[in-house]
Design a binder for this molecule. Structure first.
Ligand SMILES: NC(=O)c1ccc[n+]([C@@H]2O[C@H](COP(=O)([O-])OP(=O)(O)OC[C@H]3O[C@@H](n4cnc5c(N)ncnc54)[C@H](OP(=O)(O)O)[C@@H]3O)[C@@H](O)[C@H]2O)c1
Length: 332
């Protein structure tokens, strides 16, 4: 199929600036891999914005096509595990980083990156969840694995109007947890309650700047998505035996803590890495997301963009902090 042409967003570096264009490419230009996928849906994540803006910590080489998520149909397969026409999804690994990504009608990837779409999940829903929902699922899995039951008390979720935070709220709600959302956007309490938050706090309601090693225990566990002072405060405020998951660095890549929450309260700090998560865990979390963990509020949280042309504005809105929820792009 090397001669087949398709549309893709391509980011170029030109005179020190990064510019994005929608262009015609050929399947033969794609990297090697056993599975060629006709992408039906992709989604816009924070990492995609960094790649689209020329962040070399994410994408070293340009010209480049971003898009860390893709769901579609197998168009050609040289792997026994996948047949033509099969519905599949890919999130993470190197997709959209230094491998041509999902902001295109075709991707070609190694077969061990590909997940068969579980029963109960459409391609569109898979991308409504995407890396954000998968990361939220991995975070909630930590609470479940540590045996934190819903009766233990409220779970705090930070970055609540964002993709990971919002979908963590939806999953926790579905599992019967009481959720407190903390958000920098205090003008969105109705939205946050609609997607499942029982209580909404502003950053100042939650940040602990006392300088003390521990604060009053407030949360059975925390899904922390932004890093910096929020992670520092979350650790201090977690109840004995609770879990704090940490996945993001939008506020800062640093945090500070004494050892006391860990040795006096038995608090556990769990790092989440969705990109290289082992395949068995990946398949099991996607299966849960397709069934008993699927948030009821996907339609409220996710807007659907039509075609690659709509991506440019969405990336700008996300970078300027205007976007609420998540966006999925449909490539018919
Ligand atoms: N470790 C992993 O595997 C993994 C996977 C996916 C994402 N992540 C990371 O998790 C973090 C969240 O990702 P996401 O996809 O949820 O991002 P997102 O959809 O852009 O949401 C980010 C949220 O962060 C809050 N925020 C606070 N300060 C901000 C700022 N200066 N600019 C933009 N947003 C700001 C906002 O929520 P409020 O206004 O409600 O506070 C915003 O809605 C990112 O750091 C991302 O890289 C990690």
């Amino acid at each position: 199929m090397d001669h087949v042409t398709f549309q893709a967003m391509v980011v170029y570096e030109e005179e020190g600036r990064f510019v994005r264009r929608i262009e015609t490419r050929q399947v033969g230009d794609l990297p090697k891999g056993e599975v060629l996928i006709r992408v039906g849906y992709s989604s816009v994540n924070w990492k995609d914005c960094l790649s689209a803006m020329g962040n070399r910590g994410v994408s070293r080489h340009y010209p480049h096509t971003p898009g860390i998520d893709a769901a579609g149909m197998v168009a050609e397969s040289f792997s026994e595990g996948f047949g033509k026409g099969e519905r599949v999804l890919v999130t993470g690994y190197d997709l959209g980083m230094n491998t041509s990504g999902g902001f295109a009608e075709y991707i070609r990837v190694p077969s061990d990156w590909v997940v068969k779409l579980p029963e109960g999940l459409t391609r569109k829903e898979a991308m409504m969840l995407g890396t954000a929902g998968f990361t939220a699922g991995l975070s909630v899995k930590r609470l479940v694995d540590f045996g934190i039951p819903p009766e233990r008390g409220p779970v705090l979720v930070t970055g609540a109007t964002g993709g990971v935070g919002g979908l963590a709220i939806g999953i926790l709600k579905k599992l019967g947890y009481s959720v407190t959302a903390v958000s920098g956007r205090t003008h969105r309490p109705d939205y946050l309650k609609e997607i499942g938050a029982d209580e909404v706090l502003s950053l100042s309601d939650m940040l602990d700047e006392s300088g003390k090693p521990m604060g009053k225990p407030r949360w059975a566990s925390v899904v922390e998505t932004l890093g910096g002072p929020l992670l520092t405060s979350a650790i201090k405020q977690t109840e004995p035996g609770g879990v704090v998951t940490c996945c993001g660095n939008i506020l800062s890549g640093d945090f500070s803590s004494s050892i006391y929450p860990f040795i006096l309260r038995g608090v556990s700090l769990c790092g989440i890495n969705s990109a290289t998560c082992p395949m068995a865990v990946r398949q099991s979390v996607w299966k849960s997301l397709a069934t008993s963990w699927k948030p009821e509020t996907l339609d409220t949280q996710v807007s659907i963009l039509s075609g690659l042309d709509a991506l440019d504005e969405q990336i700008e809105r996300m970078v300027s902090g205007e976007r609420v929820g998540r966006s999925v792009v449909h490539l018919p």
